[in-house]
Design a protein around this ligand. Structure first.
Ligand code: SF4
Ligand code: SF4
Length: 282
């Protein structure tokens, strides 16, 4: 059975998606940049509703979230697709593919599993959860009613209206801020920075928020860029926990891994401006 998506409109003989800033304009039979939302018979259809590629019980610190129920476990799920295509993506096999082996699952089954496994709730992660919007919205509402927490690990590349509709059901988010340069977003991730900054500002104060920056040698590791990012985050709040993550070569990027000295330098820069700074992936 096909599931008609939310946030789209008809434009002459095409349909326009309004879920993320790409605003894909699609002819009949065409899928969007995320690969998993498609114009079928003049309606936007989500191809991944209630279908998972990955499911695991993870420590909350692995999301990463360090100041949200530390020491707890969270049932983590993902599916196919992403609205960005980062050259360094570690999960590219699911994020850049619409056709991995997927298992059908319902919100009720996930909630029962979370309760059985003593998980604090559900984490929507591994690929980009916003492009799984309809299933995440339904599941998050039900999980909240069952007393569970909902966590999103996201690139933050989403339009404001769908974000605001989902936020009341989300307890915590980790948003990836990949660089403070538009050229990095354009050339390496095929997206834009400004919508991500807007998402961070919108989310702050509505649920628990932590941020992550993956540092890639020669791409986003100058003192100038790191200072600019740290100052911008501090201008929102110096209390936002910030994760500096080590890059490893993979997918479409073979630059050698980030030296520890670069990570330590970044930590010093962020520590001058923010209270909680963590090194990850080391
Ligand atoms: S969610 Fe997918 S189809 Fe919609 S605008 Fe973004 S990339 Fe395009
Ligand atoms: S946003 Fe995340 S999941 Fe999507 S391509 Fe980039 S690293 Fe991969």
């Amino acid at each position: 059975m096909k599931t008609v998506a939310l946030y789209w409109k008809k434009e002459k003989n095409q349909i326009r998606c309004q879920l993320c800033p790409h605003c894909c304009l699609l002819y009949e039979g065409q899928a969007g940049i995320c690969k998993v939302r498609k114009n079928i018979a003049a309606e936007m259809v989500t191809l991944i509703y209630g279908e998972v590629t990955s499911i695991a019980l993870d420590p909350i610190e692995k999301k990463p979230l360090r100041r949200f129920y530390p020491g707890s476990l969270i049932l983590s799920i993902g599916t196919n697709g992403c609205n960005l295509s980062c050259k360094f993506c570690q999960n590219w096999e699911i994020s850049q593919n619409a056709d991995s082996v997927r298992k059908k699952i319902t919100a009720d089954q996930l909630i029962a599993m979370a309760l059985e496994t003593k998980s604090i709730g559900l984490a929507y992660t591994y690929n980009e959860p916003f492009i799984w919007y309809e299933f995440v919205l339904k599941t998050a509402k039900k999980a909240k009613d069952a007393g569970l927490k909902n966590v999103m690990v996201t690139n933050g590349f989403v339009n404001e209206e769908p974000l605001r509709k989902l936020l009341p059901f989300i307890d915590a988010m980790n948003i990836d801020i990949k660089s403070f340069k538009e050229s990095f977003y354009r050339d390496i991730c095929h997206g834009t920075l400004e919508p991500v900054k807007k998402t961070i500002k919108t989310v702050y104060g509505k649920c628990h928020l932590e941020l992550t920056n993956l540092i890639i040698p020669s791409k986003n590791d100058t003192d100038e860029e790191l200072c600019e990012m740290a100052e911008w985050v501090a201008s929102i709040s110096t209390e936002i926990p910030f994760h500096i993550s080590r890059y490893f070569p993979g997918h479409d990027m073979n630059i050698p891994l980030t030296p520890l000295s670069t990570l330590e330098k970044a930590k010093r820069i962020f520590k001058k401006r923010l209270k909680y700074v963590y090194l990850g992936n080391i």
